[in-house]
Each structure stands twice: as structure tokens, then as C-alpha cells.
Design a protein around this ligand. Structure first.
Ligand SMILES: Nc1nc2c(c(=O)[nH]1)N[C@H]1C(S)=C(S)[C@@H](COP(=O)(O)O)O[C@H]1N2
Ligand SMILES: [Mo]
Length: 257
């Protein structure tokens, strides 16, 4: 397992920031990820550590040699709506990720805001319940930092992720994919707002411009095309009330591996 796995993301972010400070050679405000709309990365890191404290079992990470030549795509391969097509044409310049619900500080973030956070890269295995697995290298912003910036209220238990792809069930075109994770899983060091796969910007088939990677979870718990995150205490008022699109069709909510 690589060194970064054992040390974990949080340790690295703090170490990286203090190295820069000690060197005295940089104007830190010029360092693109040091401050952004979300605040100082160091403050976010400390807040995230406080909110998501506890032992985290890490999902196994692999080496470059293990990466599948072609990462299989599944589920929605293109949301296909007029709205989404316009985002593709403008290279997702106007894409927003909102963070709302049981938070002190609701957010509306651009992809530049997400990319301005210190990224984490991890090579992991994706397991789909349909019976296939694929190893790929994901890069993204640790979701813990975004949640820390939003300041979850004490009664927040789950993060719900809203997606841009309509799922036509019983002819209802206003039925979109969504998923949810317990807050501790959402704040796990390997849970990312991922925007790169195998070093390339995320393709449309894999959830462009941004999707969740929650590496201890099955494939259906990894929502693609994410545009909204809501912190809730229960699912009763969301979708079919079971915490996710597939859960509403009968899958178990717990999709841990
Ligand atoms: N928005 C959205 N997210 C989704 C799906 C989907 O259909 N829509 N399918 C899920 C399932 S079942 C799997 S296995 C993975 C597939 O991700 P991939 O296309 O990058 O392989 O996405 C998950 N997330
Ligand atoms: Mo899946």
C-alpha cells in the first residue's frame, strides 16, 4: 500500500501547508489551493478532522500497473437533457454544486472552486452488483473539506447527492438518480468529489463533470453528474423515502463492501 494511504489525506494536507509556510519562499495567497471561496485549507482540514474524527478503515489501493485499460461504464451513460447538453458545450463552466439542508453555511460551488481544493488521487477497485469490477485512478477533492466548509448541524446524519440524469420510471421524466451516505462515510478520507479518471477529465459516461467516489461502497453508491448535496436527518421526504434511486427500487441502503 502506498505511503499516502497509511498517512491519510488529512495529515498530508497539514504537512503540505506547513512545508510551504516554513520555506518562506511563496506568497501563499498565490498558491491556488491555499485559500479559496471555501476558506483556508488548513482551517478546513482542522474542522474536517474534528467533525469526522475516528478510525477510518481504508479501502485497498492499487498500483498503476493494476489499472484496467478501459474503465467500464454503467447505468446512465449520458443524461441527455437540454440542460446537460448546454453544460457539455460550455465545458461545465456554469456547473454548480450546491450544499444545503442541515448546514450552518449553505454553499454554491463552481468546478473551479472544487478543483482549487488540494486533490487526492487514489487507485481503487469499483465493484458493481451486476457482477463486474474495474480498477481505476480517481482524482478529486476530499468531500470532508467541502462538508467542513458547510458546517454540518448536529442533527445532520446523512448526505444526499442529487444527480442530473433523469431515470424514467413509470413514465415520470422528473425522476432523477440520487444516492446517500452516512455522514461519517461522506467524510471518509477516500470519499471524493472526483473530476478525473486515469488522469483525464471525467468523461460524460463516467459522470462529468463530477461524481462521488466512496471507496468502501458498491457501485450504485457512487453517484455521477452530482449537482447538489443535502444534509438530512432522515430520508422520509426525499424521493421514495429509501435514501437512493436503487434503494427505492428495492436495493438495500447499506452498500458497503
Ligand atoms: N447519476 C448516476 N450515478 C450512477 C449510476 C447512474 O445510473 N446514474 N449508476 C451507478 C452504478 S450501478 C454504477 S456500477 C456506477 C458506474 O459508474 P461508471 O459508469 O463510471 O462505471 O455508477 C453509479 N452511479
Ligand atoms: Mo452498479
Amino acid at each position: 500500500m502506498a505511503e499516502q494511504n497509511r498517512r491519510g489525506f488529512v495529515g498530508r494536507a497539514v504537512a503540505g501547508a506547513s512545508t510551504l509556510m516554513l520555506s518562506g519562499c511563496y506568497d501563499l495567497s498565490q498558491k491556488p489551493w491555499f485559500t479559496n471561496i471555501l476558506g483556508k485549507v488548513e482551517d478546513l482540514t482542522h474542522a474536517a478532522q474534528h467533525i469526522f474524527a475516528g478510525p477510518h478503515t481504508l479501502a485497498p489501493e492499487f498500483t498503476k500497473a493494476d489499472i484496467a485499460p478501459m474503465f467500464r461504464a454503467n447505468g446512465t451513460l449520458d443524461p441527455g437533457t437540454d440542460d446537460y447538453k448546454a453544460h457539455v458545450v460550455s465545458n461545465f463552466r456554469n456547473w454548480r454544486i450546491t450544499v444545503k439542508g442541515l448546514v450552518e453555511n449553505p454553499l454554491s460551488l463552481s468546478m473551479d472552486d472544487i478543483r482549487a481544493l488540494p486533490p487526492r488521487t487514489q487507485i481503487t477497485r469499483h465493484d458493481c452488483v451486476e457482477g463486474w469490477s474495474c480498477i481505476g485512478e480517481w482524482t478529486g477533492a476530499p468531500l470532508a473539506l467541502v462538508l467542513a466548509a458547510a458546517k454540518p448541524k448536529p442533527e445532520a446524519r446523512y448526505a444526499v447527492f442529487y444527480c442530473a440524469d433523469p431515470m424514467t420510471v413509470e413514465g415520470d421524466p422528473e425522476h432523477f438518480y440520487y444516492e446517500s451516505l452516512e455522514l461519517s462515510e461522506a467524510g471518509h478520507p477516500q470519499t471524493l468529489l472526483a473530476y478525473r479518471l486515469n488522469g483525464e477529465p471525467l468523461g460524460v459516461e463516467h459522470g462529468a463533470p463530477v461524481r462521488i467516489r466512496a471507496e468502501r461502497q458498491l457501485g450504485y453508491k457512487q453517484p455521477k453528474y452530482v449537482h447538489g448535496i443535502e444534509l438530512v436527518s432522515d430520508f422520509s421526504k426525499i424521493g421514495g423515502g429509501k435514501g437512493g434511486y436503487w434503494e427505492d427500487q428495492g436495493y438495500t441502503w447499506y452498500g458497503g463492501i
